[in-house]
Design a protein around this ligand. Structure first.
Ligand SMILES: [Zn+2]
Ligand SMILES: [Zn+2]
Length: 437
């Protein structure tokens, strides 16, 4: 093999004579190493705890579906389907897609498993990877993880409020305090077509000023003009008509009720008429939960109501509302604030000064591990000094030296690593003492 013919040739691995693609992850993916992986798992656990408290059991969905599921529900004219969907034919010639989001799959599962025939509403949560063929810009990954919830079969405004509160409660439990909700209503099949036309008529003279994407959106999905990130588009569309001005009375009532409930809660809410969200199936309420002060806000969670979704899949008219939250984004925010919760810190490090003490070490380690104490010990061959260094590097809370003297006397010295304090203990009582704290 010659270096130039191998895509992404890597010097450090070339010595092994192995093409680098064998030892390189695909673009847009990432490896989550400890301690970040420990913090990651803590986020998932906490999300699950909050979902349990709100009564949202977890559904485990496949990571790929028929491509058509997303094309028909998320929408052909959205970036997600048009540019970012991972579509592939399998060996049987079926056109499949890695899921780009969770709601369409959840709706498919709700219908396919007959959950619509049981008691309503059906509350569900999920955690898992989603896939989008994102443009390779900083911070964008092609596999990311979403934590989300869905409620099927509830048309009440209180359902919208419940999922917003669940998201906020989870983020609060993570210690995030600068939370607020961005809220809008994009109407329903009764009132949205008229709004879409009004927006189109209004935007027509501005077409030459808009970006290429917006010129295409204009024809196929004009609402999306409003959330274009290009400055020239945002400026041109500043005075555009708002969906809130043309809501039918049922949509207006629903939106007023959602705002009413939220106003009574300890959560700042702002109405953002440009919030449309880039997915076709949303109706009425759309929202984001954002973190940070004004000007430096970051959306951690986005969701909304999708009353027509189950029907698109061939089911009965079924209202629904939910959100998806980017786990990596939450983790980034927490880590930039110095988050270390979940970092693995061993409770006990056993240093072995004499090989004859090894079986004693195995016995103590097994007892400690059984009782839930994270315990490490040297696997052999290192000096006592090197072992104590390793204990400090691992961040162990306590270290215990086992050698000839300890075996002879049946006692050992337990050292608290942070303070350097030491105390002598009978070997049989070490684990008890640690369990007591
Ligand atoms: Zn309406
Ligand atoms: Zn644009």
């Amino acid at each position: 093999m010659t270096a130039p013919s191998c895509p992404g040739y890597n010097e450090s691995i070339s010595a092994l004579g192995v093409c680098r693609v064998l030892a390189t992850r695909p673009r847009g993916t990432t490896d989550v190493l400890p301690p970040r992986s420990e913090r990651w798992i803590r986020r998932e656990q906490r999300f699950r705890e909050v979902c349990r408290a709100f009564g949202y059991p977890e559904i485990i969905l496949p990571m790929f579906e028929h491509a058509e599921l997303f094309q028909r529900t998320v929408g052909e004219a959205t970036d997600i389907v048009e540019k970012e969907l991972y579509v592939f034919p399998d060996r049987g010639g079926r056109l499949l897609a890695l899921r780009p989001e969770g709601t369409a799959s959840a709706a498919r599962a709700y219908l396919e498993n007959g959950l619509h025939r049981g008691p309503q509403p059906v509350r569900l949560s999920y955690v898992g990877p989603m896939f989008r063929y994102e443009r390779p810009q900083a911070g964008r990954f092609r596999q990311h993880t979403q934590m989300g919830v869905e409620v099927f079969g509830a048309d009440q405004p209180t359902a919208d409020v419940e999922v917003i509160l669940l998201a906020a409660e989870y983020l609060r439990k993570e210690g995030l305090t600068e939370l607020s909700v961005r809220l809008n209503s994009i109407g329903c099949p009764d009132c949205r077509p008229a709004y879409r036309e009004a927006l189109r008529r209004w935007a027509h003279p501005l077409l030459p000023e808009l970006c290429e994407d917006c010129r295409s959106r204009y024809h196929r999905n004009p609402l999306r003009l409003l959330d274009c990130k290009e400055t020239r588009c945002a400026t041109a569309l500043q005075e555009a008509p708002r969906s809130l001005e043309t809501l039918c009375s049922a949509c207006e009532e629903h939106f007023a009720a959602v705002r009413g409930y939220l106003a009574d809660l300890d959560l700042p809410v702002s109405v953002d008429p440009n919030l449309v969200r880039g997915i076709d199936y949303y109706t009425r309420t759309v929202f984001e939960v954002v973190h940070g002060r004004l000007g430096a806000q970051r959306a951690l969670c986005g969701g909304g109501r999708y009353d027509g979704l189950v029907e698109v899949l061939g089911g009965p008219p079924t209202p629904g509302v939910g959100f998806g939250m980017g786990l990596e984004r939450v983790l980034d925010v927490l880590e930039s604030a110095g988050e270390t919760e979940g970092d693995a810190r061993p409770d006990l490090f056993l240093a072995i000064a004499d090989e004859r003490a090894r079986s004693q070490a195995f016995a103590i380690a097994t007892d400690a591990r059984r009782r839930g104490l994270a315990t490490l010990f040297d696997l052999g061959g290192r000096s006592l000094k090197a072992q104590m260094k390793a204990a400090a590097r691992a961040g162990a809370r306590f270290a215990l030296v086992l050698g000839e003297r300890e075996l002879a006397t049946g006692t050992a010295t337990l050292r608290e690593m942070d303070t350097g304090q030491e105390r002598g203990l009978p070997l049989a009582e070490v684990v008890d003492a640690l369990c007591r704290g």
